[in-house]
Design a protein around this ligand. Structure first.
Ligand code: AHG
Ligand code: MN
Ligand code: MN
Length: 318
């Protein structure tokens, strides 16, 4: 087996950048341990605070954020942390060249029901400021805390999957991942149908119409409600994930956050041959206007994403 350390040492990247990824892996392994025993240790329920986005923080949102922050402080190569759970960027007192943006616990509304949740992260050059497009990411990845803890990493050109073993070491289990170009599985919260725009409506209606409809094949719908879990499924067996702009999210720009949800997931998926878009623009080309900016997210199998883009191209932007 190849351990994460061996694999990182063999990558053609700055060893300091590799150390940032190793730091996030170590933080993820610690979060996995906390999550596994949270119902016994009593680390469940609400933290009693809301974050900058007005969302009620779970105790585990706060604990996961603290774990990431503690590990980051110990790595002299990281000087800035942007987190979903922190209003402002944290400037750490060192000269480190790297910035980490993270969703320390994605899908936390699923914690009480023991469904897969995750940690998402993005690594940028800290000397270039907070608001860089996703195409400037130097590395990105996520941990998915499911029956196994998976760690998915990219430095932008390929995507690898590691599995946490019983000794707390990540072992390489899949390398050079490829998102199937075609798929018949889509993931969207259909309870929001009344709020959808014409493009989303058109695309989903074609899927629902099945083999005799315009898509010409029977589709199936899968929605975990944890982006990490939904996108991990798509990485493993193809499919498309949509959290599009709808009439309720338009005023906020979307539901999911650009810096620490959309961008890292888009880099992982594109490095594995998939596509990512807001419907009208490639996610990785967007220039952020704020660290907690929200965006529409559509990503996965290239052919399915292209079908959604074709729908948006038919409908004028307002
Ligand atoms: P978070 O727990 O970090 O706030 O993110 C939850 C996100 C994402 O995981 C998921 O795809 C989406 O919220 C689900 O949103 P709805 O509850 O609106 O379906
Ligand atoms: Mn999230
Ligand atoms: Mn979160």
């Amino acid at each position: 087996m190849t351990t994460l350390s061996d694999w990182l040492a063999a990558q053609p990247v700055d060893p300091k950048l590799a150390s940032v990824v190793a730091t996030m892996a170590t933080a993820s392994a610690e979060i996995a341990d906390v999550l596994r025993l949270a119902p016994i240790s009593g680390q469940t329920g609400l933290a009693g605070q809301t974050n900058v986005q007005g969302e009620a923080q779970k105790a585990l949102d706060v604990i996961s954020n603290d774990i990431v922050l503690n590990h980051i402080r110990r790595n002299p190569d990281i000087s800035i942390l942007v987190s979903e759970e922190l209003d402002e960027a944290v400037h750490i007192e060192n000269q480190g060249r790297f910035l980490v943006a993270t969703d320390p616990l994605d899908g936390s509304s699923n914690l009480d029901v023991n469904v897969t949740v995750g940690t998402i992260f993005s690594v940028l050059d800290a000397t270039k400021g907070l608001l860089q497009p996703g195409s400037a990411q130097l590395a990105a990845g996520y941990a998915a805390y499911g029956p196994a803890t998976s760690l998915v990493l990219t430095f932008g050109t390929s995507t690898a999957v590691f599995t946490l073993d019983a000794d707390g070491t990540f072992q390489l289990t899949l390398d050079n991942m490829s998102v199937a170009p075609a798929s018949a599985e889509y993931a969207i919260n259909t309870a929001r149908e009344r709020l959808w725009d014409a493009a989303t409506r058109g695309y989903v209606a074609e899927n629902v119409a099945g083999e005799t409809g315009p898509a010409g094949k029977r589709h199936n719908m899968r929605w975990v409600g944890s982006m990490v879990a939904d996108i991990h499924r798509i990485l493993m067996r193809g499919g498309i994930f949509l959290y599009p702009l709808d009439s309720e999210t338009t005023s906020k720009g979307g539901r999911l956050r650009l810096l620490y949800e959309a961008n890292p997931m888009a880099l992982v998926v594109e490095a594995a041959g998939g596509r990512s878009t807001t419907g009208r623009e490639r996610i990785l080309d967007l220039v952020p206007t704020g660290i907690h900016q929200r965006v529409p997210v559509i990503l996965g199998s290239a052919e399915e994403v292209a079908r959604v883009e074709a729908w948006y191209a038919k409908i004028p932007a307002n």
